[in-house]
Design a protein around this ligand. Structure first.
Ligand SMILES: Cc1cc2nc3c(=O)[nH]c(=O)nc-3n(C[C@H](O)[C@H](O)[C@H](O)COP(=O)(O)OP(=O)(O)OC[C@H]3O[C@@H](n4cnc5c(N)ncnc54)[C@H](O)[C@@H]3O)c2cc1C
Length: 418
């Protein structure tokens, strides 16, 4: 019996971007194998990832179109967004109703999204997830030879594929093995993440407050389940940025001390509040790959670009990669083309580059502009906030970006199948 698995697309990395890509391809009949070094069961336990992701409206449309959204058990619509600068009275309030009935997006716990992805795998019996399993090496052959790429897995098995996708995150071994260089820097900021219960409801409003140490985001979550006839508590997820040393000191506090620090920044407009479950921390950095493609190779998600969470757009960029690459591969197949051939992959890169470069640059500038207490910069950004609040076209522009509804969208992001 041959120990080589033959497939059209082999994806290395089954994180939120890689697994979504596998489902998008499988739902269009593309033979796909996905490999991840993590045990899928571990990725579902409560301590694995405490983050909540803002899934923009366009990204959510894609998840619905590929049959993934129906497996998402809990999602909080984001009706409004409020951006403010420290103690300044100036703020911007984005109201979804200005653009229509749809919310800006949905807040989904990463754990809930991973559960949904794993449940959706069962809808595609032909889609093979090999995990926990690493990749020992990748041979992509010579351009022009027509030979497929070959992956050697940690258990010695081989996978032969016409296209290899690196969805293996910021430290991507696939990207490094291909010799693709990156631009990278650390922000000297740590993102503290935790879930908070609070007395008063959040009304689906996401808040971004720019404090001198960095952004402090309050993201609305679904209420806790009702218990013993009593309504469940209101919940929000915090992404609280601090310099690494201060973050370490805050994280080392006992629960009472931690909540007291949190309350100072949170304010008391939500009434009484407290912590739900553990606290997590993430070092924050920037990464951009010089190319997203190479011979028989495409990069998606954080393997290609990692940004600061200031605007809650990192995963959305990755999901837009998924939509563009799925469309490129599915169209190539319909024309009888090799999905790993150069012009197909260049088309994918061209489609994605402007969006990722612009958003990466904008989030980097915003992070630097808003993470300080330098008086002239404070004045400039307060003026900026005041102007955006007053000028309707500027507000509409930012609102459309928050929804992911800008530029020439791949079909999946419009909610259509390819
Ligand atoms: C605090 C914080 C808050 C955020 N909030 C938001 C938000 O609100 N909205 C948003 O859009 N984005 C947000 N982001 C960004 C978002 O979380 C990331 O962009 C996203 O998780 C990246 O997903 P990924 O699948 O590309 O990479 P990863 O999640 O890094 O997944 C990579 C996968 O590859 C696997 N892997 C790695 N190497 C190998 C190998 N050699 N062999 C096999 N498998 C391998 C890993 O096990 C993993 O499963 C936030 C980020 C942070 C830090």
């Amino acid at each position: 019996m041959s120990d080589i698995l033959h497939t059209e697309v082999a994806i290395v990395g089954g994180g939120l971007a890689g697994l979504t890509l596998s489902l998008a391809l499988a739902s269009h009949g593309v033979d796909t194998v996905i490999v991840d070094r993590e045990d899928p069961a571990k990725a579902l336990v409560a301590g694995f990832d405490g983050r909540v992701s803002a899934i923009a409206l366009a990204s959510q449309r894609m998840l619905a179109a590929i049959g993934l959204w129906r497996h998402v058990s809990e999602a909080q619509p984001m009706w409004d967004i409020r951006v403010s600068d420290g103690a300044s009275p100036l703020f911007v309030h984005y109201d979804h109703a200005v653009l229509g009935e749809d919310p800006f997006g949905w807040l989904v716990e990463n754990r809930v999204m991973r559960q949904a992805q794993q449940a959706a795998l069962a809808d595609h019996p032909g889609l093979r997830l090999l995990a926990p399993l690493g990749v020992a090496s990748v041979e992509r052959g010579q351009p022009g030879s027509g030979a497929p790429a070959q992956l050697t897995l940690g258990d010695g098995r081989k996978v032969s594929a016409r296209l290899v996708v690196g969805a293996d995150g910021r430290g991507s071994a696939i990207r490094q093995a291909a010799g693709i260089k990156t631009m990278e820097w650390a922000y000297r900021q740590t993102g503290i993440v935790c879930t908070v219960w609070h007395e008063r409801p959040h009304h689906g409003v996401a808040q971004e407050r720019f404090l001198p140490a960095g952004p402090f985001a309050i993201l609305p979550m679904t209420d806790e389940a009702a218990r013993d006839g009593a309504a469940g508590r209101h919940r929000s997820s915090l992404v609280w940025t601090e310099p690494p040393e201060r973050a370490a000191a805050i994280l080392a506090l006992d629960e009472g001390g931690f909540v007291a620090e949190m309350r100072q920044r949170f304010g008391d407009h939500f009434g009484a509040l407290g912590l739900v479950g553990p606290r997590w921390s993430y070092p924050l950095s920037f990464l951009h790959a010089e190319r997203y493609v190479d011979h028989r190779l495409a990069l998606v998600g954080d393997a290609a670009h990692g940004i600061h969470p200031i605007a809650g757009q990192g995963l959305n960029l990755g999901l837009r990669d998924v939509a563009a690459l799925t469309e490129a591969v599915v169209r190539a197949r319909r024309l009888g083309l090799d999905p790993g051939q150069a012009d197909v992959l260049e088309g994918y890169e061209d489609w994605r580059r402007v969006d990722t470069v612009v958003l990466s640059a904008v989030t980097d500038v915003l992070t630097r502009l808003f993470s300080n207490d330098i008086a002239p910069l404070r004045l400039a950004r307060d003026l900026g906030l005041g102007l955006v609040q007053q000028i309707a076209p500027a507000k509409t522009f930012f609102m459309r970006h928050a929804m992911g509804d800008v530029g020439k969208l791949p079909k999946l992001l419009r909610g259509e199948r390819v």
